[in-house]
Design a binder for this molecule. Sequence first.
Ligand SMILES: *Cc1c(COP(=O)(O)O)cnc(C)c1O
Length: 379
Amino acid sequence: MIPIALPILDGEEGEAARRTVLSGWLSQGPQVAAFEHEFAALVGASYACAVSNCTAALHLALRAIGVGPGDEVVTASHSFIASANSIRYCGATPVFVDIDPSTYNLDPERVAEAITERTRAILVVHQMGMPCDLAALKALADRHQISLIEDAACAAGSQIRIDGLWDWIGKPHGQIACFSFHPRKVITTGEGGMMATGSVDLDQKFKLLRQHGMSVPDTVRHGSQQVIFEDYLEVGFNYRMTDMQAAIGRKQLERLTDIVSRRRALAGLYAELLGNIEGLSLPFEPEWARSNWQSYCVRLPDRVDQRAVMQSLLDQGIATRRGIMCAHREVPYAHEKQRHDLCQSELAQDRSILLPIYAQMVEEDQVRVADALKATLRN
Ligand SMILES: *Cc1c(COP(=O)(O)O)cnc(C)c1O
């Protein structure tokens, strides 16, 4: 069986987790602090704050910039449902706009049309690790004096060229970039999230909100020679990452560059192997973007039954997934009348499939996937 994805973990991560367990400090502590420091340094952000998952990160990000009831946040429907849900958590309204079908990312022109006097922020998504058009979206956000938050859940290790320089996603262009370390992403801590920002004020706010609004973290009280009483400054959350997760994350971070270059090579080979299949559209990488290829998404030829293709591949021992979901078609959002046309989002969900891609994948398996897809489409 060729799986859709496979995390890379070995004795290094096992040993790091073991050492942390034996250290006696299990929740957010020195490993979390070190992980934040290393992550910020790698992506080129001034600050990073680890949290329990990326959904929590998105919630805190929107909360910290003051998104609340009555506000609108422009975002993609064509995304994992957590993007939309994080807006709802704040009592605000997600305003869905369509994607550019070639990159599966928000179309800046559609975003511009969707901005109203109630728009508080744009929540952009680097879908499947492909950087969205940050330069255009940032200019738009600046012009309207609204915030730009990046859902970079899939985009650890992706890069974008802005003003002639290649930056890692996470280097602050918007206010805050939120990452996920779920096992389906390119590096993992089991569950986990990270918020990167250039603002010390925002970073302090995240660090307050992620642990119940507590004025003095327990690590500080624990290490103090003096008795300290903490205060609770506002209604916060328990969004802490554990030190075991952070210890694993630090090892994963050391592998990130290698994982991404391997995935880029795999994407390159897929492009060769699949390039001559009639009617099949391959993913497009703009010349200013370097994807980490968290997912490899192909669009099936017209009139081909998506489910039948996926079933046929599964019968041949190859796991696939359908195109990224559309939140506006799911129960929590389906009753709302959509203001903007979302036909490219729906087509992307209905006509695309994701192929297996993971750093350990060997050429032989990629050839098997390509041959099986070719044969299936021929029938
Ligand atoms: C995975 C994902 C999330 C949620 O991440 P978790 O860490 O599982 O909470 C949010 N947005 C996008 C685009 C994702 O792919």
